[in-house]
Design a protein around this ligand. Structure first.
Ligand code: HEC
Ligand code: HEC
Length: 321
């Protein structure tokens, strides 16, 4: 299944006109993103392409949390007119009509092709998800430091640069970054407004508010018929069932993980910050007036010394290989 998904991931035949594949934007040589501020194409054009490393650990998918499973987040770009712009009947006809494709698909799933086209295309998305779930970020200088501390191995721990150690102390202390960027991937899998402007050409990016509306209306969410586990046997379906749209979700975006940061510039949902120094400066000079009441309680202007800002950036760099 993983091997089949890997082949589909770089297969332009899944796009209308054989133009692009998933790998065009999620380039395996660039930590599965594209290095552009925002992806090419109109509708997605306002959002930055996220890395897919460790994506299997996420709870919600997309900057706006518009999907609650990896396979649904993989189905969307296939059908989105601004991305691969395929049609369900065309994609299904290709698998049915080409003996090699048909055999590969049946071998991966161990059953003959389903009769209806949508089920077949959902299977394509599930194979793509199986492959993406195998994408793991490499170990980093930070991981070696943390493991050395756990082992009580002071000699190894001392190899971690001092600037990064000071930056780490700020990150989990005074600067309060780890309130949101917590856990092994440095995200709490929640959403927040940190004051990145959400006005875009022709309107505003509603962020989580729009993502929730789409998720709850989608027949492809975990409450729908395409969830193999079935809603009652899937503990994560309960999270989806309990979602409520509230006004505060307007302009909130997913807290991104911070692994492999050095390879995934530019930053933020709109790719508006080119360097890690710029990100640190954003938090340092935060416009508190601009923040939602909720975010404000955690976030405040840091007013760091130049050396502290450099330490924080040095720490962030050690989260990448
Ligand atoms: C035109 C560029 C482009 C193409 C082609 C593309 N993506 Fe994406 N992908 C994006 C962008 C931009 C986002 C962020 C979308 C958002 O938040 O609204 C994204 C988000 C995702 C996410 C969510 C990741 C996360 O961390 O939440 C997954 C999974 C994903 N894409 C998988 C795929 C798969 C599988 C394909 C091929 C079927 C694909 N993408 C094709 C640009 C692209
Ligand atoms: C209230 C929760 C919260 C806190 C606290 C927080 N962040 Fe963030 N962080 C976010 C959100 C949400 C985004 C994405 C915002 C967007 O795209 O509009 C983000 C984005 C980032 C990014 C860009 C990652 C990428 O891949 O684009 C970096 C780097 C980052 N934060 C570092 C930090 C640092 C350093 C601190 C402490 C000074 C910090 N964050 C504090 C929520 C938070």
């Amino acid at each position: 299944m993983v091997a089949y998904g890997r082949r589909l991931f770089s297969d332009p035949a899944l796009s209308s006109g054989d133009r692009i594949s998933c790998a065009t934007c999620h380039d395996p040589r660039r930590a599965f993103q594209d290095g552009r501020p925002v992806a090419e194409g109109r509708g997605v054009g306002v959002r930055n392409t996220p890395t897919l490393l460790d994506v299997a650990d996420r709870r919600w998918f997309g900057w706006d949390g518009g999907h609650d499973s990896l396979w649904a987040a993989s189905l969307a770009p296939l059908l989105d007119p601004n991305e691969m712009a395929s049609r369900v009947d065309e994609m299904a006809a290709r698998v049915r009509g080409q003996p090699a494709r048909r055999r590969a698909h049946e071998a991966a799933f161990g059953v003959t092709l389903p009769e209806d086209d949508l089920s077949l295309v959902v299977q394509l998305a599930k194979a793509l998800a199986a492959y993406q779930a195998s994408l793991r970020s490499p170990r980093t200088a930070f991981d070696r430091f943390r493991d050395a501390l756990v082992r009580g191995d002071r000699a190894s721990a001392a190899r971690y640069p001092l600037a990064a150690q000071r930056g780490l102390r700020l990150f989990i202390g005074e600067a309060r970054c780890s309130v949101c960027h917590a856990g092994p991937a440095f995200t709490n899998d929640e959403f927040a407004d940190i004051g990145v402007p959400f006005f875009v050409a022709g309107g505003a990016d509603a962020g989580r508010h729009g993502g929730l509306s789409r998720l709850l209306a989608s027949p492809m969410n975990r409450l729908g018929a395409f969830n193999d586990a079935g809603e009652s046997a899937d503990p994560r379906a309960l999270l989806t069932r309990h979602l409520k749209i509230e006004p505060r979700h307007f302009g909130e975006f997913r807290v991104p993980g911070l692994r492999q940061l050095a390879r995934t510039a530019p930053y933020m949902h709109d790719g508006s910050m080119a360097t890690l120094e710029e990100v640190v400066r954003h938090y340092d000079r935060l416009d508190e007036e601009r923040l939602h009441a909720d975010g404000e309680r955690i976030l405040r202007r840091l007013n760091l010394q130049a050396e502290q800002a450099a330490d924080l950036a040095a720490f962030l760099r050690t989260l990448s290989k």
